[in-house]
Design a protein around this ligand. Sequence first.
Ligand SMILES: Cc1ncc(COP(=O)(O)O)c(C=O)c1O
Length: 271
Amino acid sequence: PLVVPAPTGVMDLPALREALTRSRHPLLVTATAGTTDTGRIDPLTDIADLCTTHGAELHIDAAYGGPLLFSPTHRHKVHGLDRADSVTLDLHKLGWQPASAGILAVPHRHHLDPLHHRASYLNAEDDTEAGLPDLLGRSLRTTRRPDTLKIAVTLRALGRSGLADLIDRTLAAAHHLADLIDETPTLDLYDRPTISTVLFRPTGADDTTVATIRRTLLTRGRAVLGRAHTGNRLWLKATLLNPHTTPQDLHTLLDLVDRLTNDLAEGKTPR
Ligand SMILES: Cc1ncc(COP(=O)(O)O)c(C=O)c1O
């Protein structure tokens, strides 16, 4: 496998073109719609065009970004997702289900034929004929429980418009957080969010301070922030996933970070 660089946070198209041209029989390109670090979405249509030209299949990891399809306001961001030969989605993010809640979507039922593989030590033919149940054929993961029930319940209970509403509210909260950071002179915003991930850091802080702030908020039980290393720096990462987040919650979060930054600058040791 060849790793295509993503210097701007998304897959570099000239580098992908070169990799596909150099490789004699390119088999599969995997792209991402919603990266774990920044929530950015690869240029899906351009990548799909290159795959068509070079005869490679396309898989898109849309674990995070895939559900944007439910939202008429945000679905343009995943334009080109339908060009993939296979897509992974995960409803443990923009689907509000506990992990695990993954889906592998393929264009034709026959792609799942390997699931019907039978092995005598797992499902003896006479038992199957007698109607004894087994998990093979129901999940890709043999003895692990299939996630389909909770996914089906979410889709049935909320429907497209119910999911769209939760998604729109969550993304609006992320944009509001980005606005607040932008307006705070003591904080730097990495970029406007594509989905609901907002990266920020105290202005002028070094990476060790950023890491200490995150760990202290966690151990004091005040806030659970992620971290992302991008652009040669460490950032605090807020992946907003709660549609009920209020502006006050966001103010409180930034206030906590600000106060802790000041404490650290004054040499106070965080407990
Ligand atoms: C981009 C992306 N892909 C996939 C996953 C999930 O992967 P797995 O099903 O291996 O936990 C995540 C995170 O949960 C993710 O952020």
